[in-house]
Design a protein around this ligand. Structure first.
Ligand code: ADP
Length: 259
């Protein structure tokens, strides 16, 4: 119990930090970004500072990524939960991710019926993206990602241990055929700022925010990994009995505008 309390404290502290700083910092960054692009517009192609401006823009992108990850950590932070079909979300984000990464194949084995969860779509998109990017980086020579969704009921003892409501859950597993990780790494993957990557590629906040977001949604995320074989992340989210609302139809004005 003591260990669990320590863990909760750690995420609370990071969450407070995220809420307090990341948002304001991001606004400052957007200001810098705006001014940098203004500078770039005024430059001739042979300006010796072109390269510096590009480097600044690159750093801004990294910093914006960091603040986005920090915001994802903000536990108890604002999020808009709506009934959504997890199958659809998985399908869409896999399609989007796979489109630009031809060296990996994505296999999907999705439950035949809609799997409704009450969740913030943007945050779950972020969860999938973080896991996909890690999988992709773990497979520098290419490989495969297997996505599987189903309905399951968690053991009462598991629910009690992880402070989740007993009942039916939606289960999503994401398996890669990458380098895998050793036991020491596996135990730390959800720790904020834990990374084995260099500064350019890793912030160590991706999986910490995955953990925070899934916890926030009343769910659970686990990891299984074998060195040299690959890794599986499994996400459990409470199954909702609500139905997914259809998107409101486009107004005539919008339809005309887009045609
Ligand atoms: P980052 O990707 O910025 O390092 P993460 O929190 O996303 O931060 O991941 C933490 C660490 O967990 C990574 O540096 C890596 O060592 C390990 N890891 C995460 N996902 C995988 C994976 N699919 N395969 C192998 N190692 C992984």
């Amino acid at each position: 119990l003591e260990e669990k309390l320590r863990e909760v404290d750690k995420f609370k502290a990071i969450g407070t930090l995220a809420g307090g700083i990341a948002h304001d910092f991001n606004n400052l960054l957007m200001g810098i970004q705006g001014l940098t692009s203004l500078m770039a517009v005024g430059m001739t192609p042979d300006d010796p500072h072109q390269e510096h401006v590009r480097a600044i823009e690159e750093h801004i992108r990294s910093a914006a990524n960091l603040t986005r990850q920090l915001l994802g950590l903000a536990r108890g932070g604002k999020y808009e939960a709506k009934p959504i079909d997890l199958n659809e979300l998985v399908f869409d984000s896999a399609l989007m991710f796979g489109r630009t990464r031809k060296e990996i194949t994505i296999h999907q084995d999705l439950h035949p019926a809609p799997l409704v969860v009450e969740a913030d779509r943007n945050q779950l998109d972020q969860v999938l993206l973080n896991i996909f990017v890690n999988a992709w980086q773990a497979m520098p020579d290419g490989g495969a990602i297997y996505l599987k969704t189903s309905v399951t009921e968690l053991d009462e003892s598991v629910c009690a241990a992880h402070d989740i409501e007993p009942g039916f859950c939606v289960k999503l597993s994401i398996t890669d055929t990458g380098c895998g990780m050793d036991e020491t790494t596996r135990q730390q993957v959800f720790d904020p700022f834990f990374t084995t990557k260099d500064k350019q590629r890793g912030t160590g906040l991706g999986l910490a925010s995955v953990y925070g977001i899934i916890k926030n949604h009343g769910g659970l995320v686990t990891v299984y990994s074998e060195v040299g074989h690959g890794t599986t992340f499994t996400i459990y989210l409470p199954l909702s009995d609500k139905t997914v609302q259809a998107e409101p139809p486009l107004t005539e004005e919008v339809q005309q505008g887009s045609g």
